[in-house]
Design a protein around this ligand. Structure first.
Ligand SMILES: [Zn+2]
Length: 131
């Protein structure tokens, strides 16, 4: 569970308590307990659904350009996790990349990044001339 998923669960858990308080107003302590339990189950379902949606987005819909060597395509990248304000990927060749919004950068061994591609529109990638 990453920080965003934790926040989602926390928010959903608070909603479950409000749901319990709402049920307590009409059904007393039993209503409160049922409301909190049902709310926590809903919170867990929402968190898992959010996690699966994010994972599916990264795996199937998130467009990535070919790697610098021209060997790897979108499915050859492996998602490594959040890095700073973006996310880090490694391609099948072993080269590391950093993606932040529409900016896809090469991640150097010293941690610095080098401009590589920029996304125009939804899936069209162009060489990024800016550094
Ligand atoms: Zn590659």
């Amino acid at each position: 569970m990453n920080f965003n998923e934790f926040l989602t669960f926390l928010l959903a858990s608070f909603l479950s308590i409000f749901f319990g308080v709402y049920l307590a107003s009409t059904h007393g302590i039993t209503g409160f307990l049922i409301g909190v339990v049902v709310g926590l189950i809903l919170a867990s379902c929402i968190t898992v659904a959010w996690y699966l949606l994010r994972k599916a987005y990264r795996r199937y819909w998130c467009s990535l350009p070919p790697c610098k060597k021209g060997v790897c395509r979108r499915r050859d990248y492996k998602y490594l996790g959040p890095a700073g304000l973006g996310v880090e990927y490694v391609c099948g060749c072993g080269d590391h990349y950093f993606k932040c919004g529409n900016d896809f950068r090469e991640l150097m061994p010293d941690g610095s990044t080098k401009a590589y591609m920029i996304r125009r529109g939804v899936i069209r990638w162009e060489k990024n001339a800016n550094n």
